[in-house]
Design a binder for this molecule. Structure first.
Ligand code: PMT
Length: 401
């Protein structure tokens, strides 16, 4: 069954340009099984018609506080009691301010006061308005009152500015909706996850790196957040957005990743090393761009710290999960690393096979412990990650008992 199946979601739309994305949001929520009712402010109706939202939601759109159609003419109370979750998208600076002030001067603000359901805000506004002290104070107030904050994202805005203030994409909002209702079986755990490649500088303009995209590690972070864990994601340079709700620590080199891993690992329950860390770094990084003076050039490389092995050697070590990226003898090499690096589990992938491993959307893994192994068949990395996170937790709980 889908996580959103039969969930009752009120979508509150306020007056911002991002309102044009809301028919697609309604459509996607319904595809996932949710029952969606739409509430619009007057401002929203300047950007999108109620008729469109009625057509995609299959329900009449509510926009008036005094509703003669509703039982006892109190539509806001009916909707407030009906909702399992209220999502306000886009949430403009104005609606955020009115909700923070406790106003009840239209249906949407009244609904927020009258409901016991959780309310998620997906802010959308100009970056300057987002950073304004008043907006930030309002957001802080609502955060303290338990409102969920979904975004905003960063990027180019309708007004031409670039910065924080974009409404999250429809897919991200649907995913956050699913996260909200998903089973929080990792609620008391803190996961530290390394992801992506590292860059080892040669000179100010060149580096040594690898093909890791970060997709596998980010998918694990997302699956752990969805299951309720506190997640710290230590990531090399990638082009992905970190899953909403996790703490992102961005690094470049293996040395920086090593430093951050040792900083966060002592506080965590489970450490997952998915990053493709460079085994070697350049011994002497040139201060200036190296010139082409010789036909042959030699770089002296020295070993980097082994991050996962160093974390596993901490006196108070967390439950340790490594990865093994192999092109041959997968089981033999993976089991060797499991023992040598002092790990509880190792997830091995055959990176010689096309369509999986480095920089692909899909992967297949075999999870080895000292005594057994479990295959996770080829699938999208998000799905592989969900299975992996659940398996890791089972092994972790078995070790505790
Ligand atoms: O990022 P994607 O494009 O989605 O690709 C995913 C992936 C193929 C990178 C991922 O699934 C994966 O296999 N990650 C581990 C890559 C790797 O470096 O494997 P390894 O066999 O060389 O290293 C073994 C383990 O030691 C790994 O957990 C690695 O993070 C860790 N290590 C390695 C070297 C080092 N100096 N420090 C480490 O912690």
């Amino acid at each position: 069954m889908q996580i959103l199946q039969d969930k009752k979601i009120v979508l509150g739309i306020s007056g911002g340009i991002a309102a044009y994305k809301t028919p697609e949001l309604v459509r996607r929520l319904k595809e996932h099984g949710a029952d969606v009712r739409v509430v619009m402010t007057d401002g929203a109706k300047a950007f999108i018609t109620p008729l469109t939202l009625q057509a995609v939601s299959g329900n009449a759109v509510a926009d008036s506080l005094l509703d003669t159609q509703a039982e006892l003419a109190m539509g806001h109370i009916e909707l407030a009691k009906w909702a399992d979750l209220i999502i306000i998208a886009p949430a403009t600076a104005d609606i955020i301010a009115r909700i923070a002030a406790g106003m009840a001067n239209d249906l949407l603000t009244t609904l927020c006061l009258a409901t016991s359901a959780s309310i998620a805000l997906a802010p959308a506004m100009n970056q300057q308005m987002w950073h304004a002290l008043a907006t930030q104070a309002n957001v802080k107030t609502l955060n303290e009152r338990g409102y969920l904050l979904w975004g905003p994202g960063c990027g180019e805005q309708a007004c031409g500015d670039v910065g924080l203030g974009r409404m999250l994409e429809v897919e991200e909002l649907v995913s956050l909706g699913s996260d909200y209702f998903s089973d929080k079986y990792l609620q008391d755990q803190h996961w530290v996850i390394t992801a992506g490649p590292t860059r080892e500088a040669i000179d100010p303009v060149r580096y040594i790196s690898n093909y890791s995209s970060g997709k596998m590690g980010y998918a694990i972070a997302h699956a752990a957040v969805r299951a309720g864990a506190k997640v710290t994601l230590i990531s090399g340079p990638v082009t992905l957005n970190a899953p909403v709700g996790c703490q992102l620590i961005s690094v470049n080199s293996a040395e920086e990743m090593h430093l951050q891993a040792l900083l966060f690992a002592p506080q965590c329950t489970i450490f997952v090393a998915c990053a493709a860390v460079a085994d070697y770094k350049v011994a002497n990084i040139a201060a200036q761009k190296i010139k082409k003076t010789n036909d042959v050039m030699q770089l002296e490389l020295v070993r980097n710290h082994d991050i996962v092995a160093d974390v596993a050697n901490l006196a108070d070590k967390p439950f340790m999960v490594g990865f093994a990226a192999e092109t041959q003898n997968v089981e033999q090499y993976a089991r060797g690393k499991l023992v040598r690096k002092n790990l509880d589990l190792i997830a091995a992938n055959d990176v010689a096979k096309s369509g999986q491993g480095f920089n692909s959307d899909d992967n297949a893994l075999t999870l080895f412990s000292a005594i057994d192994k479990t295959d996770i068949p080829l699938a999208n990395k998000q799905i592989v990650a969900q299975q992996l996170v659940s398996l890791i937790n089972q092994h972790y709980l078995a070790k505790q008992s």
